[in-house]
Design a protein around this ligand. Sequence first.
Ligand code: NDP
Ligand code: PYC
Length: 339
Amino acid sequence: MNDHQTRLSLEDAWTLSIDVLEQNGFSQDQAAAIARSVMAAQRDECHSHGMYRLLDCVRTVRYGGVEPRAVPEIHEKAPGVISVDARGGCSLLAFETAREPFIEKARATGVAVLAVKNAFHFSALWPEVESLANQGLVALAMTPSHAYVAPAGGHSPLLGTNPIAFAWPRPESEPFVFDFATSVVARGEVELHRRAGESIPEGWALDETGQPTTDPSAALAGALLPFGGHKGAALSIMIELLAGPLIGDRLGHQTRPADGSDEGAPQHGEFILAMDPHAFLGTGVATRLQQAEALFEGITAQGARLPSQRRYGARKRSQAEGVIIPQKLHDELVKLRDP
Ligand code: NDP
Ligand code: PYC
């Protein structure tokens, strides 16, 4: 920890988050769902979607981009399809509202999709898929975010940063989980570099004229690049299609980001798929989960790490020692709590 940072217990960080949200108009339920997500991210040291995102939540409610007291509404669409209308509120309470019926559906039908619609969506996806894997399900989630990313070979923002997250239950440890943007990094990471006065690595972004840049402000005004060139871009397009037109919601370029810039509605959708291994394997689930363990052991035996390994380590550390956030962020949050 350095002089520009402050340490908070998990309890104090939780209380500060809730107070900031409720003071700025979010209902108790909306605030709690948002705080659970940003606190999980802060605890696991996923800084780009941790407490810093509370600033976006307040900014968005102030310009009218989110309905802070929305009550989500569940719709049964088909035996394996459930939809939850966030009604302009945050995606997080919509997911939480639909989570139990979704799990029941996945268990009853073997495979189920949850379509979250009309949601202000700012969060990391891993808490959602991890929570499903903790119930023994295999889960995949994706959302189209906003037009921040140039297509491979292009020069202007069109695709979202479009994250994809996957979780696999493990018999004797936390689930295997990955969750990443299909841009080289999440835009939040570029924003954190800008706030810290640091340049970004080459290969992350283009400026407004389509030239490569290492200046985070120029990158935020320009376009991020997809990871892996045409491969990341194709995955990103798939995410736009599944979490947009397929579920009856918007593409990334039809939305407006949290800062209220650009035309369009601030809300969009999320697509979540859950698969129950029992439907595929019956009594053979334990054997097959053990087979998967051999793959994980093979990876770590080479000295490589599993996605989520760092995060679970950070979780243990934060549970013992609390979280560290920039002093500047703490001051900004206190100001939002005590206007
Ligand atoms: P990263 O590029 O940091 O990738 C994160 C994933 O890769 C994690 O699962 C991480 O595991 C894993 N990982 C990182 N390094 C390694 C390694 N060396 N070996 C194995 N696995 C590794 O994240 P992004 O910047 O792309 O995305 C960050 C977050 O932003 C995500 O949670 C995403 O959901 C969120 N996001 C949300 C958006 C939205 O619209 N709501 C839009 C875009 C992004 P670990 O955590 O253990 O390090
Ligand atoms: O970090 O790219 C991002 C992002 C977009 C929307 C929410 N997070």
